[in-house]
Every structure is written in structure tokens, then in C-alpha cells.
Design a protein around this ligand. Structure first.
Ligand SMILES: NC(=O)c1ccc[n+]([C@@H]2O[C@H](COP(=O)([O-])OP(=O)(O)OC[C@H]3O[C@@H](n4cnc5c(N)ncnc54)[C@H](OP(=O)(O)O)[C@@H]3O)[C@@H](O)[C@H]2O)c1
Length: 288
């Protein structure tokens, strides 16, 4: 049974989505801890939010952020910081926060992006942002923690009647522009926070867009209609298997191994052999 009042760490709490996640989580009755880089920016946040100062690229200073939390919502991003930012912030931030959590349990909601499995488009070739965000998804799946991964479409490109949420799987929209799908920032925040207390959003990875129509109120029904990621899989269910683990950088495989070793038995999966020692194949690489 999912506990409905949680202490939620929001990573990227001063960002365009993170701020809305903070408000939404407070509105849903959670205790919110906001990870903020600079005290000045913390002043924008509601007074109910507990502020903890930290930088996700400084792993040694994240212990206070994760102390006593029940859930993490990752909304951070390194936009315009190129390949280095994509690796150190988008990916490294997830690695460092999960590592700071150690063997403790927490519910995870991770925001990445629609098109995250598109490796050949100009955006990814220039920034590697898709690849590093996808690797952050893999870390979350490898952690054995209860998770939901949300890949939003283009923020706030909605037309006036585009409120009806559509959750997609397989990441097949790869135009690299808003024709891939649009979504309101506040709707992303609503889905991320609601996923934390839903049993139907567990181990689900999906793209999130909005189309013409009225907004739904029952997110559980939307989550329930989705396929789960296979137990132990590195990629989302129905994702293209175009990032073979054996071709991944050594440091990435080492991070995955380290994440796997953090899995406590109570996460329901027991200790696992490192992923690169496993027999991989079929629909994407698997941890089991
Ligand atoms: N725009 C779109 O249509 C779209 C669609 C799908 C996905 N996305 C992705 O969504 C992500 C977030 O977008 P956004 O518009 O919300 O970005 P944003 O407004 O720039 O917010 C990014 C957040 O991450 C924080 N952050 C950056 N580096 C950090 C670090 N080292 N340690 C701790 N926090 C750090 C920022 O803190 P500061 O406030 O201190 O800078 C800020 O709170 C981006 O990665 C983007 O690629 C965007």
C-alpha cells in the first residue's frame, strides 16, 4: 500500500518544472524538500518548502538533501551546457543523488524527454543530452527502487484546447520539434507528483503529451493502461534497443554496477550480478 503523505526531495526545484512540482507536492499534502543551488533563488519558493542548498555535481554534499526522504522528483537540467553539462548534471545528478541515498528506499519520479532514444538527430549529436538522460533512466531502473519515468513533450507549446493527456510508449516520435507533442508545464508537474502515490505508475516509462480535449482528473487510469518495463530491463518497455550496454563507456557500466550493488534485499530484487557480466539480448539489455 502506497503511503500518501511523503517527504519529497525536488531536484531542480528552482527550474521551470521544479517550481511547479514544489507547489503541486505541497498542494497534495506532501512535505517538500527543495534542493537549490543558491540561497537567493530559494526565496522564489513557497515558505512551506524546506530548502537545502546543494549542487548535484558535488556528491559529498548531498547527504542532508536525502536524509529522511520518502521520494525524489528529478526535474533538473543542464540546458545549454553541452556534452559536459549533460553528463555531469543530467546524468551525474541522478547518479549522485541515488548514491547519496545508498541502500535506503525512496520512490522515484524522473523527468527526461520525449525523443530520448533518438541518438542520430542533430540535437543529440551536438549535445549528447538524449544519451545522458537515457543513461540516467537506466540508473534509476538499475537501482531497484520503485520508479516512474516521464518523458515530456515540448513545454507549453499547447494550443488553447490541448488539455487531454496522452501517455505513449516506445518513444517513436523523433522529429525533434514540437510536432513530436506538446505538454503544459503544470501538467508535467501534476503527473510527476501524482505518480509518487500511485500503485499503477510503478515501473512505467512513458512519453507525455497533450492533445485537443479536456484534461483528465483520474491519472491512475492513465497509468494503469501502460505496460510495465520488464523486471531488470535497462530500457523502457517498447524502446528501440539502440544503446547496447557493451558499447557503453566503461565509466557508465561501472556506475550501473555500483547502482546495482546498492539494491537492498527489501527492494524485492535481491543483490544482482553486475550487468556487464550478464547474458544480454532480446528486447534491449537487461539486468536479470
Ligand atoms: N523545454 C522543453 O520543451 C523540454 C521538453 C522535454 C524535456 N526538457 C528538459 O527538461 C529539463 C528541465 O527543463 P527546465 O525548463 O525546467 O529547465 P530550467 O528551468 O533551466 O531548470 C533546471 C533546474 O536544474 C537546476 N540545476 C542545474 N544544474 C544544477 C546543479 N548542478 N545542481 C543542482 N541543480 C541544478 C537549476 O538550478 P538553478 O535555478 O540554480 O539554475 C534549475 O532548478 C531540461 O533538461 C530539458 O532538456 C525540456
Amino acid at each position: 500500500m502506497t503511503v500518501s503523505r511523503k517527504t519529497v526531495l525536488v531536484v531542480g526545484a528552482t527550474g521551470s518544472i521544479g517550481r511547479l512540482v514544489v507547489e503541486e507536492a505541497i498542494g497534495q499534502g506532501h512535505t517538500v524538500r527543495a534542493l537549490v543551488r543558491t540561497p537567493d533563488k530559494a526565496r522564489q519558493l513557497p515558505s512551506e518548502a524546506q530548502v537545502v542548498i546543494g549542487d548535484v555535481t558535488q556528491p559529498g554534499k548531498l547527504a542532508g538533501a536525502v536524509d529522511g526522504i520518502d521520494a525524489v522528483v528529478f526535474t533538473h537540467g543542464s540546458d545549454n551546457a553541452g556534452k559536459v553539462g549533460a553528463e555531469s548534471v543530467d546524468y551525474g545528478g541522478v547518479r549522485n543523488v541515488l548514491s547519496a541515498l545508498g541502500t535506503r528506499t525512496a520512490r522515484i519520479a524522473l523527468m527526461t524527454s520525449i525523443g530520448v532514444t533518438n541518438r542520430t538527430g542533430k540535437y543529440n549529436r551536438t549535445t549528447e543530452a538524449h544519451d545522458w538522460k537515457r543513461r540516467s533512466e537506466r540508473l534509476v531502473r538499475a537501482s531497484g527502487l520503485a520508479y516512474t519515468i516521464v518523458r515530456p513533450g515540448w513545454f507549453d507549446y499547447n494550443g488553447p484546447d490541448q488539455h487531454r493527456l496522452v501517455l505513449l510508449q516506445g518513444d517513436t516520435r523523433k522529429a525533434g520539434d514540437s510536432s513530436d507533442g506538446v505538454i503544459a508545464r503544470c501538467q508535467i508537474a501534476g503527473i510527476l507528483v501524482s505518480s509518487l502515490i500511485s500503485d499503477h505508475s510503478l515501473r512505467k516509462t512513458f512519453e507525455l503529451v497533450a492533445v485537443n480535449g479536456l484534461a483528465q482528473e483520474n491519472f491512475d487510469a492513465l497509468f494503469a493502461a501502460l505496460d510495465e518495463d520488464p523486471q531488470g530491463a535497462l530500457d523502457g518497455v517498447h524502446d528501440t534497443a539502440n544503446m547496447p550496454l557493451n558499447d557503453e563507456p566503461k565509466r557508465v557500466r561501472e556506475d550501473l554496477n555500483a547502482m546495482t550493488r546498492l539494491r537492498p534485499p527489501e527492494r524485492g530484487v535481491g543483490r544482482e550480478r553486475p550487468p556487464d557480466e550478464r547474458n544480454l539480448g532480446g528486447q534491449g539489455d537487461k539486468l536479470v
